[in-house]
Design a protein around this ligand. Sequence first.
Ligand code: MG
Length: 203
Amino acid sequence: MKIIAIGRNYAEHAKELNNPVPGVPVIFMKPETALLKDNKPFYHPEFSEDIHHEIEIVIKISKEGKHISEEFAQNYFEEIGLGVDFTARDIQSKHKEKGLPWELAKAFDGSAPISSFVPKTQFADLKNISFRLDVNGETRQQGNTSFMLFSFEYIIAFVSKYITLKKGDLIYTGTPQGVGKVNIGDRLEGYLENQKMLDFVVR
Ligand code: MG
């Protein structure tokens, strides 16, 4: 399986990092070894002093597809979960300055905590799902899919023009504003609507 992630999919987040709002989705990937399941602790890597949390809604691809049209993209995912796209912002900033790829900042072990998944039919409107991240009991990030620049369907159509999507692939769909540093000892709790999906600590 593969993990595809969308950068700058919420305008307010793009602005907080002084990035332009993109005209097409910004895509990057993480390897399977980035996944962190079952609320296992996240071990803060030594190579970064500025690991940021990015809470994101994650869609799970339910069948193989290539050149999927936006109209039919809804048939390619049945479940939704919540994930964190941990980012070594110090490394990413240096790489962005030099125009280098982002993998060292984005793809490291444990950089993709993932919740269990719930059926998308649980939500009355996929374009109006709220989600949030609390750190040590305080809300740090709050988002709603109504603010996404590119919808789930658009993302699936766009990505599948270039990369065949397979059953079980995950797409991290971008983070809202409020990203920030995590520290050893922090407790992160993520909610989809009011359902707690993530609850883990940084070690
Ligand atoms: Mg992200």
